[in-house]
Unconditional design. Structure first.
Length: 280
């Protein structure tokens, strides 16, 4: 009884200020106005994903019966519905390759690799398609140390890299906290181990940041037409430097209107019309 009385007395002092009542009323009105829009957007997105899933399955079925044109069209519809998935890009690339559309096939293999850089099937088919490209551009020679670093850099996906960084940081914090409950020797060892994890995080961070930057910025372009001309400047009035064939992959340096400044792994470069390429 006494407890009930104290609660009742306390509740009489917890009255809502008029300003807070007005704020609560405005928030309620805002939520009531926004909720239908949010629900509509969520429903629309859900319907789009359902349509994309249906188109993806339709494409798989068409591919299984060797109707590659129908499969490619279904995969295109799935992408138009907002689907962005490495499996979708990979399957569409396979269909395009079967249709002898080498440039678009390499473009979608590259898109699939961008989302799933360690997938062995994607890498195998990409290299197989690259072997069909007329322009054989040799990669610059690299020493064993550089090759080892590049292999480590390409061995994980951006999502996996974020989890690795999170694990290193969380492990370091846990070891620091654990040191307070250990003997002096155990505390010293935990601090050393935590320091090693932080050092590993610092060494790992540049690779992860570079990979995330690559993921969020279109830095490569694939020639989609049989032949693309590269000029010394952004226009056909400039000197024609050389021609690149379908499937050649460039690194995008800059953009000037409808022109892209690009370069090849061997250092050659120039300006090409953006409409002749597809961006990864």
């Amino acid at each position: 009884m006494n407890r009930t009385n104290r609660t009742n007395r306390l509740s009489r002092h917890l009255r809502i200020h008029p300003r807070f009542r007005l704020l609560a009323f405005l928030l309620a009105v805002l939520c009531a106005a926004v909720s239908p829009a949010v629900a509509a957007a969520t429903t629309s997105r859900s319907m789009g994903l359902d349509a994309a899933t249906g188109a993806f399955r339709e494409g798989n079925a068409a591919y299984e019966r060797s109707d590659f044109a129908a499969a490619e069209g279904a995969y295109a519809r799935a992408e138009a519905q907002g689907a962005t998935d490495a499996r979708l890009y990979y399957n569409r690339a396979n269909a395009l390759f079967r249709l002898n559309r080498l440039g678009p096939a390499i473009l979608y293999y590259e898109k699939a690799r961008k989302l799933s850089p360690t997938d062995a099937d994607i890498l195998h088919n990409l290299n197989f398609a690259r072997a069909r490209v007329a322009d054989k551009v040799p990669e610059p020679p690299a020493n064993l140390f550089t090759q080892a670093l590049w292999s480590l850099h390409t061995a994980y996906s951006p999502r996996a890299g974020i989890w690795i960084a999170y694990g290193l940081f969380a492990g370091a914090l846990l070891l620091f906290a654990l040191g307070f409950f250990l003997s002096p020797l155990g505390r010293a060892l935990s601090v050393i181990a935590a320091g090693l994890l932080l050092a590993a995080l610092l060494l790992f961070s540049p690779s992860l940041l570079y990979k995330l930057r690559q993921q969020n910025t279109a830095v490569r372009a694939v020639v989609l037409q049989p032949v693309a001309e590269l000029y010394s400047g952004p226009g056909e009035s400039y000197e024609l430097l050389f021609r690149a064939h379908e499937g050649t992959v460039f690194t995008i340096v800059s953009r000037e209107g409808v022109w892209l400044a690009v370069k090849l792994p061997d250092g050659r470069g120039g300006y090409v019309r953006a409409s002749q390429t597809g961006e990864v």
